[in-house]
Design a binder for this molecule. Structure first.
Ligand code: ZN
Length: 157
């Protein structure tokens, strides 16, 4: 790894205070980065740079969004596959996968839906019924079966 500024190949890793702005919100956190020993410039390191971006998303989610674990828990709680859950929310399956991995942040629409489901999981029934046309019959029946169990358990409790 070479410094872009002075060309030196000597560098070291140290904790760096980051200030990121995501969706207009300022975030501050510490994560290790690589620096040039000669001039002190930040040296590109794919692994550390990627870790810093993931950390930024994690910090943002903690403060303003939904932690990735909560999305996974919610889906498990509803007993739905990624394919069905993403369809109900109205996003692509690969988008949901990326939310669950913490690789990207839910967009504003998805965030509103996910937050309302976390607060009141039973709202999923309304969501499914309202968007009935977008499911194949087989899928719709499958979802209904899974949610029936869920609603049944809630009544029992
Ligand atoms: Zn340098």
């Amino acid at each position: 790894m070479k410094c872009d500024l002075c060309g030196s190949k000597r560098n070291y890793i140290k904790d760096h205070e980051h200030i990121f702005t995501i969706k207009g919100k300022k975030l501050r956190f510490i994560s290790p980065r690589r620096f040039c020993s000669k001039c002190g410039n930040l040296v590109y390191d794919a692994d550390l740079d990627n870790k810093a971006s993931l950390k930024a998303i994690e910090e943002y989610s903690k403060l303003y969004g939904v932690p990735k674990e909560s999305i996974v828990e919610l889906r498990h709680h509803l007993n739905l596959s990624q394919k069905l859950f993403s369809k109900i929310i109205g996003c692509a399956k690969k988008t949901l996968v990326s939310y669950e991995k913490g690789a990207s942040l839910p967009n504003d629409n998805d965030l509103i839906i996910i937050k309302s489901l976390l607060a009141k999981p039973e709202t999923i029934v309304t969501l499914v019924t309202a968007n009935k046309e977008q499911f194949k019959n087989k899928e719709y029946n499958k979802i209904q079966n899974k949610l029936e169990d869920y609603i049944g358990n809630n009544i029992k409790n």
